[in-house]
Design a protein around this ligand. Sequence first.
Ligand code: E4P
Length: 215
Amino acid sequence: MEIYLDSANLEEIKEAYSWGVISGVTTNPSLISQENRDFKEIVLNICKIVEGFISVEVISLSTREMIKEAEELASWSSKIVVKVPIIPSALKAIKILNKQGIKTNATLIFSANQAILAARAGANFVSPFLGRIDDISWDGIPLIKDMASILGYYKLPTQVIAASIRHPLHVIEAAKAGANIATIPFRVLNQMIKHPLTEIGINKFLEDWKKSSHS
Ligand code: E4P
């Protein structure tokens, strides 16, 4: 499973990318709004830092306006994947953008049927939102399993991005369920590397080293 960073914060993106584990970035209007910078400046800077796909979301809801926005975003960099919410007007947009060679990520996916429709329209990625499903006391993992097996069975090229990841266990469960990619907030990426026994082990090695004779 590939790892993307779910962030629009340039410092976080630089740090996470330097770890060598990030192969893409996803953003959304809420993440962009948390940064005190111009939208285009943020996106162009992410493109400079990261080698890989960068998902950037449209805010229009009509096919015509979505396509206009998507064409503008795609003209900024070949790394840009246009995120569209899964509604009928977006399916039409995905089909047209696919023919134009513009990559799309169908977002706000909460059912396997939505993923099937996005895949049939030609979306390159579908983003099921795990955390937001948990928020309504439901389990998003079987959904990822269903999507991965359906898209795999019919050999559809659409990749499943497990999104709205809230904790490290989500990452393991998404990987076991067959997600192609997990898009992870920086906070969770940091939690993934931490283990108390690793810290205890490092401290013990350093203390023992101090006691030993060495030149
Ligand atoms: C990424 O594609 C999504 O926009 C993001 O993971 C949503 O996360 P949230 O539910 O924590 O806002």
